[in-house]
Design a protein around this ligand. Sequence first.
Ligand code: HEM
Length: 147
Amino acid sequence: MSNILGDAYQWVKAGHVIFVIFWMAGLFMIPRFFVYHQECDPGSAEESRWIDREARLIKIILNPSIIVVWVFGLALALNYGAFGQGWFHLKLAVVLILSGYHGWMVSYAKKLKAGQRTLSGKMLRLVNEVPGLAAAVIVVLAIVKPF
Ligand code: HEM
């Protein structure tokens, strides 16, 4: 416990959870966008609208949120002394998987923009379960701290 945040700790925690909500909202939306995107004709005006929507979702919601969640989360962890605790090790592992998923979604948006539709609609609907499952595990670890 280093108490770098002092009285601001609860405010930083509130900010952390607010940006977790934004991040999760974006992660839930993006594969849905991809499904609709892939339902329109390649090169159509509708396709360019989806490319634009995906780019804005990444630029305005997803990328700023992941940065704030990590910065606030690491500040909380240093303050809390979480690096020595079991629940935090697992939380960090699941958050790293979620961050990798974020990167994968951003790279798939680039692929779609380049005209490469490598994932089926069914697969995109399936991967859409990842953030929900990860969030459930992370919230239980952060609140219950079972070990
Ligand atoms: C990105 C890396 C992250 C780090 C380093 C991190 C770290 C932390 C730390 C140290 C706390 C304070 C625990 C306490 O005061 O009891 C916390 C709180 C919390 N975190 Fe994270 N977190 C991260 C990402 C996430 C994500 C992705 C979610 C949800 C999907 C999440 C959900 C929560 C919740 C709900 C709390 C409040 C727990 C409470 O008040 O008891 N965190 N986080």
